[in-house]
Design a protein around this ligand. Structure first.
Ligand code: MN
Length: 291
């Protein structure tokens, strides 16, 4: 067994606070839990939103998200269970299912729909919104989808299985990298009692979302359905998590803050109110997605 120095965390971060998501609905009435909501955008810069959806009742998801616009940021949808069809104004289409990820850069504008392709059964997953730096907010839209089998994955000596959606972990490069925000997005499956270390740059904002079981993070218990915001102490070099006696699954998300003004109106996230008015005007004029 060899432990590379880059995997070692000497001073793990503490939990700054636990956050309970808010039950809400979006799209055409899809029930979901908004884990990262607008009041946390500054604290968790560059992340703007995290929604968790999970239901085996068709009425909670069946209507999906019909055509709607986005401008100024990226959406990352991670589907644990279920099937969802994406179509957008840039000509991209993709079926997202069972462990797949869709990464969409809205840039200057897309209009897309996200519609469930199932009449019954469990639909479970997450949608994360990642901000774009001011210079890229009006860039050309970009889209990639990854099946579960295409996502980089590794297993530690301790039996922890990690899926690397973005960034880099234990020498494994993720499916997507982004220079400005350097996002890290891991899905961790920990057997009972297993431990996982992840180095993190001190200035990067980071949080965990536990969706099965319970984690111990520097002595704090983080149960399923809670987000743990990790403290940014300058002396700390990463995070260490341990499954507290039960099999546990959690997302670990971190990134470099943009430290730019955030102006949001629904599906548009820009830097100034003037840019929001422009996005609305462009949408009404039918030129949101135009060059
Ligand atoms: Mn959308």
């Amino acid at each position: 067994m060899s432990i590379r120095p880059s995997e070692t965390v000497f001073r793990p971060r503490d939990v700054e606070r636990l956050v309970v998501g808010q039950a809400t609905s979006d799209g055409a009435g899809v029930k979901l839990t908004r884990v990262l909501a607008q009041p946390l955008q500054r604290r968790l810069d560059p992340f703007l939103m995290l929604d968790a959806f999970g239901s085996d009742k068709a009425d909670d998801y069946i209507a999906g998200f019909p055509d709607h616009p986005h401008r100024g940021f990226e959406t990352i949808t991670y589907m644990i269970a279920g099937r969802m069809l994406h179509r957008d104004s840039a000509g991209h289409e993709g079926l997202l299912e069972n462990g797949g990820v869709q990464w969409m850069t809205a840039g200057r504008g897309v209009i897309h729909s996200e519609i469930p392709q199932q009449q019954e059964g469990l639909m479970e997953g997450f949608q994360l919104w990642l901000n774009l730096p001011a210079r890229d907010k009006l860039s050309a839209p970009w889209y990639r989808d990854f099946t579960s089998g295409e996502l980089p994955r590794f297993t530690t000596d301790g039996g922890v299985q990690a899926t690397v959606i973005a960034g880099e972990s234990h020498g494994t490069a993720g499916a997507v990298t982004r220079e400005a925000t350097a996002p890290l997005y891991l899905d961790l499956h920990l057997p009972a009692g297993a431990r996982f270390s992840q180095p993190l740059p001190a200035g990067h904002n980071a949080f965990l979302y536990v969706y099965r079981g319970e984690l111990d993070v520097a002595g704090a218990a983080v149960p399923a359905g809670r987000m743990a915001i990790l403290a940014n102490e300058a002396a700390c070099d990463g995070v260490v998590v341990e499954a507290a006696g039960v099999e546990t699954r959690a997302l670990l998300i971190a990134g470099r803050p943009l430290n730019e003004p955030i102006a949001q109106y629904g599906p548009f996230v820009m830097n100034t109110e003037q840019e929001i008015y422009q996005a609305l005007a462009d949408y009404r004029a039918g030129t949101l997605t135009g060059g």
